[in-house]
Design a protein around this ligand. Structure first.
Ligand code: AHR
Length: 329
């Protein structure tokens, strides 16, 4: 009897420990799911706070949950898969009504997703995909087409260098290794530029989607490569960090080195309008309202589409100047 009691206390402590380790878990939403008050409880496991995009995404989710009357439990995984897995397990233990998360990397989710399925808690993927073969492990996936974003970046480059024959040396700042946007943006871009052998990717390395790492890696690229014509950065933040490195090396960003980025957050758009970036492919972080609608439907047991795509555009410097006054993020 005593043994069983100790085991129960121990497992309770483990769950509390896991919740504490999630970091940034908010206090709001103390009731578990399946509550009698009819309010939906959502557990959301965020990637981190690595970029301007991510900050805008978190704000969108928190504001949309409040507007929809959804009780949100929020955790920040600080770009670590193990933290996201702990957060999801704690949401399962708390019996939330629905779990949503943006997977930091694509692989390694099957076990924890199966645990959620066994606990009959629906899961919604937002922003980033998982590579699980079993698509019954989640109800829907809302987010951008990252391959298409990479293609749009490549298409701009092809047009920009149309009719020219000299070799174009490209350096690439990749997003977080193993993440869907890094894999797909690289693939989409590569698919388009491979048709013309004058385009050469001479260096490609991760900058982890952060400004600091983007700057650090660009400094190394500049030291190792005397002739860089183009920088393709998988997000604005890495591009902005790289701009600092380019200027410190005495070169003019946007002129000596042409720059393409993805996201179109305010800081990126400001640099684009100033001519320091040449082209931005938009990736919308404003997923909150659609996510809450989907959550209400899956909790009610309604069928939802397996894939919900976000609508996006691209920006030239002129278009950035026109869009900036109304830019929300
Ligand atoms: O998953 C979306 C990507 O993650 C954004 O493009 C990047 O800025 C963020 O960190």
């Amino acid at each position: 009897m005593l043994k069983r009691w100790s085991a129960a206390v121990l497992s309770g402590l483990l769950v509390l420990g896991a919740m504490g380790a999630c970091g940034g878990e908010n206090e709001a939403g103390s009731n578990g799911g399946n509550a009698d008050d009819g309010k939906i409880t959502m557990g959301f496991a965020q990637v981190g706070a690595e970029s301007g995009w991510r900050t805008a995404n978190t704000k969108s989710i928190q504001e949309a949950a409040a507007a929809a009357g959804i009780d949100l439990k929020f955790s920040d995984a600080q770009q670590k898969q193990e933290n996201q897995i702990k957060a999801i397990r704690s949401y399962i233990a708390q019996k939330v009504d629905v779990i949503a998360f943006s997977p930091v990397v694509e692989s390694g989710w099957d076990t924890v997703l199966k645990e959620a399925k066994d606990a009959k808690i629906p899961v919604i993927l937002t922003d980033r995909a998982v590579d699980s073969k079993d698509t019954s492990l989640y109800k829907t996936f809302i987010g951008s087409d990252f391959v298409l974003e990479g293609k749009k970046a490549g298409e701009w480059l092809v047009k920009e260098y149309q009719g020219k024959t000299d070799t174009v040396n490209i350096v690439e700042l990749q997003g977080t290794t193993g993440s869907a946007p890094a894999n797909d943006r690289k693939a989409g871009f590569g698919d388009v530029i491979k048709a013309d052998p004058k385009f050469k990717v001479i260096a490609s390395q991760t900058g982890d989607f952060t400004r600091a790492k983007g700057k650090e890696v660009m400094e190394a690229f500049l030291k190792a490569n005397p002739k860089i014509d183009v920088l393709y950065a998988h997000n604005d933040d890495m591009g902005l960090g790289a701009i600092e490195a380019i200027e410190a090396a005495g070169k003019k960003p946007g002129v000596d080195i042409k720059i393409i980025t993805v996201d179109a957050v305010k800081d990126g758009m400001t640099a684009l309008a100033a001519g320091k970036i040449n082209f931005i492919v938009e990736c919308s972080p404003l997923l909150g309202p659609q996510l809450m609608d989907l959550a209400k439907k899956v909790v009610k047991g309604e069928t939802v589409e397996q894939r919900v795509l976000t609508e996006e555009t691209t920006f030239t410097p002129e278009q950035a100047k026109a869009a900036l006054p109304d830019r929300k993020y």
